[in-house]
Write a protein that binds this ligand. Structure first.
Ligand code: ARG
Length: 585
């Protein structure tokens, strides 16, 4: 593996050196380098420096220009406006940079983090015995993309699927199964769809009795106590619900083309044993106090409705533990056993108050420190075409599988229309990659904290900012590379580059920086925007610069190099987002 220093970093270094030799106080001043329309880059940092040094910015800029080393990366530099620098990069440097990235395989020259941390990513956390909804889809898609990007930077990630597999609602379910054994077919005999329909049936049946029969209600309540005290028979019945649900979860995740590992499914129940200890520590350290029998944490700064202070309930007056206790105990486990440096939660923004209180409690207890931080990547709501929370026409939450199936079906129409030499099997395979990719991309290309509209027509459209557009760009490049046959991509740094080649080459150079930024900010939409721009720049390049019919064999090879690095960057970038790039479409 040979990491490549980006052109931006090299230019930055040259500028920093020139600034430092012009002014000693410039040491550490950011040259503020940006891509620009006028030249390749513009540096705006001199304005701040001039202010600091109390000198005329234009004069200072002229002085700095005199100190800039040109010839290797920087071809040309000039002062513009009140003291900006416009910089042009040498064609040779662009081509050599691409060649170095091309030689570095999948990593494309992107270096690994110097001091990686351990990030525990809490995502894709559906609830046992319940249907998954679009909110769970977002958590899974965003969490998976964040992990992909973080891993690529060299960060170590550990997944935690904090599934809802514990709590009072299980009393009713278990009691029903106890009284009606055999209602749930063994998990190994069912597929995902059957599993969910069994669970739904049991849920409805038990709910009906629960709501109408006071004695059953009482038996269900006792069942909760038996569950929490670890009664063997009760736990076995509970396990049946968990196993049946997992069959269903896995079938949905498979449809989503997402790898979920069993050892990372660590639900609320896993923290059951540690909860009394959590409560004890919090009470002994005075972080939590007894109030009307319950153990609670108060916050001056956190207020809910009507400006009333909202306490966090660690333990209820009846001794029971809830959602907060399991999250607090999970934090202890993630910090002290998994040695996490960052805790990331990909959870609906509507739970942000809960996390604010949980994090603050953990800070007071000393579990979270300046070295171990926690973030809730709270995502917004999925809206229907009418701009209201996504529901079926009957007003019910949309079944996730129906949604995914429909996306794949729509994608099949698009693929079939364009397909020339594909068999029906190939069309179906591509349709799955296009349809699921479309759903993921639509989610990931908006900032996670914003709501977004679930609009299948737009998602599978060939025009605009969609995954299909990116997948077609990739497939088109592959077709050119196939047509090139024995002519292989090769760098010819002596060749002058056309403007469209330069623009594409410079954008390719920014891949690594973009992934690092998007990962650090938990902003997959920044990577998506980068990839979309990459495909657009490729399209203009393709329109303006003949590849296989270029002027000379050298130029053909050099342009094939651009094509190949573009394809690999698209492929890698999409893979980080969890989206496939078929070789043919
Ligand atoms: N199962 C929860 C839900 O469906 C989400 C769990 C989020 N993670 C956590 N550590 N609380 O709303």
């Amino acid at each position: 593996m040979a990491p490549v220093t980006s052109l931006t970093a090299r230019v930055n270094q040259h500028l920093a050196d020139a600034l430092a030799s012009a002014r000693p106080e410039a040491d550490g001043v950011d040259p503020l380098l940006r891509r620009s329309d006028r030249a390749d880059f513009q540096a705006n940092g001199i304005l701040a420096l001039a202010k600091k040094a109390k000198s005329n910015p234009r004069e200072l800029a002229t002085q700095v220009v005199g100190n800039i080393v040109t010839g290797d990366v920087i071809k040309d530099v000039e002062v513009s406006g009140p003291g900006f620098l416009n910089l042009t990069i040498a064609d040779r440097a662009i081509t050599e940079n691409l060649a170095a990235r091309h030689a570095d395989g999948e990593r494309l020259g992107v270096p690994l983090k110097q001091e990686p941390g351990i990030t525990v990513v809490d995502y894709a956390q559906p609830n046992v015995a319940k249907e998954m909804h679009v909110g769970h889809l977002r958590s899974a898609v965003i969490g998976d993309a964040l992990r992909g990007m973080l891993d690529f930077t060299g960060e170590k990630t550990i997944g935690r699927h904090h599934i809802g597999d514990w709590g009072t609602q299980f009393g009713m379910l278990i009691q029903h199964l106890f009284e009606n054994p055999g209602e749930l077919a063994p998990a190994e005999d069912v597929d995902g769809e059957q599993a969910m329909s069994n669970l739904n049936r049991v849920y409805k049946a038990s709910r009906a009795v629960f709501d109408s029969d006071e004695e059953f209600k009482e038996r269900a309540r006792k069942r909760v106590v038996a569950l929490q005290s670890g009664d063997k028979e009760t736990l076995e019945l509970w396990q049946q619900f968990v196993d049946e649900s997992k069959v269903y979860f896995y079938s949905v995740f498979e449809k989503l083309d997402m790898e979920i590992r069993d050892e990372e499914i660590v639900g609320e129940s896993a923290y059951n044993e540690g909860m009394p200890e959590t409560a004890r520590i919090l009470e002994e350290t005075g972080v939590a106090v007894r109030s009307e029998g319950a153990l609670v944490v108060f916050f001056d700064e956190i207020r809910g409705k009507d400006d009333q202070p909202v306490p966090l309930i660690v333990q209820k007056a009846d001794g029971g533990f809830g959602y907060a206790a399991s999250d607090l105990t999970a934090i202890r486990n993630r910090v002290f056993d998994l040695h996490a440096t960052t805790l990331l939660y990909v959870v609906d923004v509507r739970q942000s108050l809960h996390f604010k209180m949980v994090f603050e409690t953990a800070r007071r207890a000393g579990w979270l420190t300046e070295h171990v931080t926690a973030h809730n990547m709270g995502y917004g709501t999925v809206l229907g075409a009418d701009g209201k929370p996504f529901k079926t026409r009957e007003g019910e939450t949309v079944r996730l599988e129906d949604l995914l199936d429909e996306a794949v079906q729509r994608a099949a129409e698009v693929v079939r229309e364009k397909a020339q030499d594909l068999t029906e099997d190939e069309i179906q395979e591509r349709a799955a990659q296009v349809g699921i990719g479309a759903v993921k991309y639509a989610d990931l290309s908006t900032s996670p904290n914003r709501d977004y509209k679930f609009d299948l027509d737009q998602m599978v459209s060939l025009n605009g900012d969609t995954s299909v557009y990116l997948q077609y760009a990739y497939a088109r490049i592959q077709s050119i590379l196939r047509k090139a046959g024995e002519t292989k991509p090769a760098a010819h740094p002596e060749l002058e580059l056309a403007p469209a080649e330069r623009a594409l080459g410079l954008h390719l150079d920014a891949f690594g920086d973009t992934v690092f930024e998007a990962a650090a900010e938990y902003a997959p939409h920044k990577l998506a925007a980068y990839l979309y721009q990459l495909a657009s720049l490729y399209t203009s390049f393709y329109d303006k610069c003949p590849v296989l019919k270029a002027e000379s064999p050298e130029q053909v090879a050099n342009r094939l190099l651009l094509c190949d690095v573009t394809a690999r960057t698209l492929h890698q970038g999409m893979a980080l987002l969890g989206i496939r790039t078929p070789e043919r479409l």
